[in-house]
Design a binder for this molecule. Structure first.
Ligand code: DAH
Length: 339
């Protein structure tokens, strides 16, 4: 009997456990009901009384040892990754997938670079604004519809809003500095609009402002032509149409000859041959006065560019919602592009 114990003890100790299979074999051989060890336990009652205690202790100790080995091996096997033998551990790792700039960011950067190239300085402003910077200082009359809750998101009544345009940054800068001022302000703006393929409740603008002495409408027009050519190519033609904005007088909207049909007329330009890309004008004297700039000495122009529209045109994207869904299949298409 004692020899049996010794034999099993050695078998338990020398049993090699490397994987699930070995583990199961071990269990069957030493821990299952039909195992030799279990048989020995059954024998205890047949052992002469004087040896029984000692025998019983030894068999139980052995059983504990076997159970412990089993448990330890179980943990070890579970944490061991099994590699197939033909795995090549020396091969180079796969190339890293890099992220990409968002198409709206690409176009925004491009617009800013063009203006920075001719001396405009980039300025940032807050997205949560007050009525003064978004409306009042920009010469919006008290009853102007843009102030309506239908168009504007109010953060706090009566006058904390999400900015509806980047023109608010003009005011922030003019309040702090005297001319000459030559700035661009890129950023996100918010409007309480129904979300469709062509409009969203948030989008992006780049505002440009130039205030100095003797600035003319012709200066603005030259700047706009330069910008359009840099952005869309040397052969780009522009036209200015009279328009209205409370903060500029006179005001205009600029179109470029449709790139797709070359001005002939197509569905993209709604058969007009022209695409509207920005609003602009000579800064209204009231706006200058609101910022303590003397309009008898200084004047200037302001330009507001809709970035999302321009991006849609540039990359022929027909649904603005694609910009904000973060669908990797869409975003991946811009990995190779540079600003
Ligand atoms: N702020 C105008 C808008 O959001 C865009 C705009 C038009 C800006 C004319 C200007 C400008 O600076 O001169 O619709």
């Amino acid at each position: 009997m004692n020899q049996d114990i010794e034999k099993i003890k050695q078998e338990v100790a020398s049993f090699q456990i490397h994987n699930e299979n070995d583990l199961e074999q071990f269990r069957l051989q030493f821990l299952s009901r039909k195992s030799a060890l279990q048989t020995l336990l059954g024998e205890i009652k047949n052992v002469p009384a004087e040896d029984r205690k000692n025998f019983g202790q030894q068999v139980n100790l052995l059983k504990q040892e076997a159970a412990q080995r089993y448990e330890d091996a179980q943990v070890r096997v579970a944490s061991t990754v099994v590699y197939t033998s033909n795995e090549d551990f020396t091969r180079p790792s796969g190339s890293e997938k890099t992220g990409s700039l968002h198409p709206v960011t690409l176009v925004m950067n491009q617009i800013c670079e063009i203006f920075e190239g001719i001396g405009f300085e980039m300025v940032d402003g807050p997205e949560i604004e007050d009525d003064w910077h978004v409306f009042s200082a920009l010469n919006f009359p008290e009853e102007h519809p843009a102030r309506d809750m239908q168009d504007t998101f109010f953060v706090e009544q009566p006058d904390i809003v999400l900015r509806t345009h980047t023109s608010s940054v003009q005011i922030r800068v003019m309040e702090k500095r005297q001319p000459p001022i030559r700035i661009i302000c890129p950023g996100r703006v918010f409007r309480n609009e129904v979300i469709t393929a062509r409009s969203h409740c948030f989008f992006h603008q780049v505002e440009a402002l130039y205030i100095a002495k003797n600035v003319s409408f012709a200066d603005m027009k030259q700047t706009l032509l330069y910008f359009a050519k840099q952005m869309f190519g040397e052969d780009t033609r522009i036209r200015l149409r009279p328009s209205y904005f409370p903060f500029t007088e006179p005001s205009a909207e600029m179109d470029i000859a449709c790139k797709i049909c070359k001005g002939e007329g197509c569905p993209v330009c709604k058969h007009t041959g022209w695409l509207e890309i920005l609003g602009c004008g000579m800064v209204d004297h009231n706006v200058l006065k609101n910022c303590n700039i003397d309009p008898t000495i200084y004047n200037g122009y302001a330009i507001g560019i809709g970035v999302d529209r321009m991006t849609m045109m540039k990359y022929k994207i027909n649904d603005i919602r694609l910009f904000f869904e973060n669908d990797v299949r869409f975003l991946e298409q811009f990995t190779q592009r540079e600003a």
